[in-house]
Design a protein around this ligand. Sequence first.
Ligand code: FES
Length: 103
Amino acid sequence: MTEFKQVATLDDVAPGTMYRVELDGKRILLANADGTIYACDEMCTHEDFSLALGALQGDCLKCSLHGSRFDLKTGRPLDEPADEDLAVYPVKVEGNKIFVALD
Ligand code: FES
């Protein structure tokens, strides 16, 4: 069963910004793409590098180490060198609260 847990509030993730949280020992990155909140693994699938240091470009997150962009809706890499999907997680927003489900 999908279990949503509160990880942050909307005040933590202004539009166009990202915010790191930990959920059940996992490092998750929240991204606010023009008002839509996405959740994904913090680390790039290409190398062990934090995507929190990357840049949000619309619904995409660009890794600042080698420039691969990931589609935040699907986790798919849009450019080389990354060729593995980024794990993305369902997000629910209720009032000011942001919930993420890991499974
Ligand atoms: S570490 Fe992210 S693209 Fe290489």
